[in-house]
Design a protein around this ligand. Sequence first.
Ligand code: ZN
Length: 447
Amino acid sequence: MTSTLLTHALVLTSDSNRPRIDDGAVLVRDEVIDAVGTSSELRGMSADRTVDVDGQILLPGFVNTHTHLAGTITRGLVEDVTTGEYLERIWPIEAMGISNGWFGAGERLGIAEHLMAGITTANDMFFDPASALNNAVDMGFRLFAGTVYLDSPGPDNLSPSQRLEEAGSLLAAFGDDTLVQVTDAPHGGYTVGPDQLWSVWNHARDNGLLFHIHAAESPEEDATIRDTYGRRPVEHLGSMGVLDARAILAHAVRLDDSDIDLLAQTGAAVAHCPISNLKTASGVCRVGDMLDRSVRVGLGTDGGTASNDYDMFVVMRAAAILAKNATRSPENFTAEEMVRMATLGGAEALGVGHLIGSIVEAKQADLVVVDTSAPHNVPMFDPFTTLVYQAGRTDVTLTMVQGEILMEGRHLTRVDLDSVVNDAVAAGREITAELSDGSGGRVSPSP
Ligand SMILES: [Zn+2]
């Protein structure tokens, strides 16, 4: 049994019963939070190691509800295009990446970046999910990932039945893991037809898996689903019967009132990715209307190719500012609400609010420390305001997942960050060389 006592912290718990503890302390035993209180309340408790947080902010780790980790290796490669053109150009490159083995370096770089930025959980969607799950286990990172379903062969060149076989293999390999979770991830209602969508939903239901899908993001998706089925994207998923509390819809930007009612009635959650939506000019998610109807909403960065980095501070700030403007109400979406959305809100959207997302006894010890002594963080009158409107990811000085400190003093403890970065740089050079041969990025996408 190992234990760590974090003392003299400004603890922001994301727990409504005791949201803030000045001069607080948290005792971690093995994987879980064993005690929470003031430093004086926990003074008599012993631990293998005591970390004096020295007045800095201690909060739950951020939960990134939608990303594509492997795509970290191709970020910046296809820019300034529509979502439709983006998919047309990136999928052939991704097919090359799978056959050339570039994506493992992207996954490890993405996980390293998450840990350095105080993100302790991510919900991933990419081909060859076993690779991402293995890298997450190796690096101690809490990852949700599963088979990506498409009607077309896709960059990984698998048939629908081969995809279900892959899902079975993932469950056999990772089904009992307490750190990572297997999901089902149909790409979207415009890339997965009714037959396969229905069989994936049944697979997710039978195995109790999260059903992670892009929905109501781009004009092209909207037009395709309207032309094919005569329905809006979320209406289409509802009519298919694949919306329930296990579903998490990435983006959910293009909605009317009845779509939001449908989310509320079915219990489906939303991964709100404001930076991605702004960069791809998709529109603005109606977060206020969703919260008014008690729809679960978490925050996400989206993948490296869509929004380039994994910075939940920027995401919180963008989400707050966008929602204030969308509702024309500066008093809405307080900084405290945004921190909750980036932590417990994300955990609830992934269906694991009982396990992670807040600092309460018996939950998994996923914690981060944010140093607020830098010039841009002082003076600090309200720590929530400082976190949302001033702090940045390089202010994170400690990241703990499942009771283990994985980053401390801006150094990763389990892996050599330099080698992760060097591998990614080398893969980037290979990609550049391969594309300069003339094939990549200009060949037709898979049918
Ligand atoms: Zn996405």
